[in-house]
Design a protein around this ligand. Structure first.
Ligand code: FES
Length: 105
């Protein structure tokens, strides 16, 4: 079974917010996209840019890598434009007793 770690209370991550979870390497970004909780690794598959330092679009649930502009879908981890073409990892997120939990492997 994959380890599950507590992130924060649901109130601490309202829609439109995101936060970095320091879990081994790479670190993980958890996003609240219009009430949908999503998590991806914080490392661009093109050249290791920090995706959490990029611009998040909560209308499309995407994040743009700040280094060369590849946009990644938060739900799937897939890039939608070059130069990145390999998906980044995604992680299951759940809420248990009002606490956001992240399943990591
Ligand atoms: S490092 Fe992200 S697009 Fe190049």
């Amino acid at each position: 079974m994959s380890p599950v770690i507590d992130i924060c209370s649901l109130e601490e991550l309202p829609p439109g917010e995101h936060r970095l979870v320091e879990w081994e390497d790479p670190e993980v970004g958890v996003f609240n996209c219009k009430g949908e909780l999503l998590a991806i690794e914080d490392r661009c598959s093109h050249d290791d840019g920090s995706l959490l330092e990029g611009e998040v679009d909560t209308d499309t649930c995407t994040v743009e890598c700040p280094r060369h502009g590849s946009v990644f879908e938060l739900r799937t981890g897939k890039p939608v434009n070059l130069p990145a073409y390999v998906p980044v990892d995604t992680f299951p997120v759940s809420v248990e007793g009002g606490v956001i939990q992240l399943e990591v492997d």
